[in-house]
Design a protein around this ligand. Sequence first.
Ligand SMILES: [Cu+2]
Length: 203
Amino acid sequence: MTPAVTFLTFLLAAGTCSAATVTLTLKDVRGAALEDAVVWAMPKSGEAPPRKRPAAVEQRDKTFIPIVSVIQTGSLVSFPNRDEIRHHVYSFSPAKIFEIKLYAGTPADPILFDKPGEVVLGCNIHDHMYAYIYVVDTPWFAKAGKDGVAKLDLPGGEDELHAAYYAQAQKPPPVAMTLKAEETAVADFAFTLRPMPPRPTRH
Ligand SMILES: [Cu+2]
């Protein structure tokens, strides 16, 4: 199958808020909404102020929650275990190689994610458990809801919009966009998917 990636952008009339707003629609090539697809805006100026917020990926009912997180590079993530049993969280992804050996409760130290990229999480004990952390060099990021829609509020200027989905066959090319304050725009990304195990559900 030839990977097909399409995108479409156009500007709408000026909105009412002071930030520029981009509404992104994330679908597969058949038009199905992609919940948990992620988007982020890289300013061409290179000015991406740090707005790091601590994040958490819980383990509950032998499931990572949330399955997908987006964080800014340099953020700390904690991995609280809400189950009665122990988990052993690990990643072999180049952006962050780590493990938290068999533990119960919340480990004392959160993990620092200091390089951009996709981090795939697993549990050594429970093979069906997996989750993703997208580490991005910008504070402007969002995750699509069930409707496959994500919104970015940007200060305006020249940006490159990026999108990723954990079951993508390849990352779609970024979309360049120049926005003035108060402007509203839309961007659509269509992903070709690769075969994946079923989306994790609580066990
Ligand atoms: Cu586990």
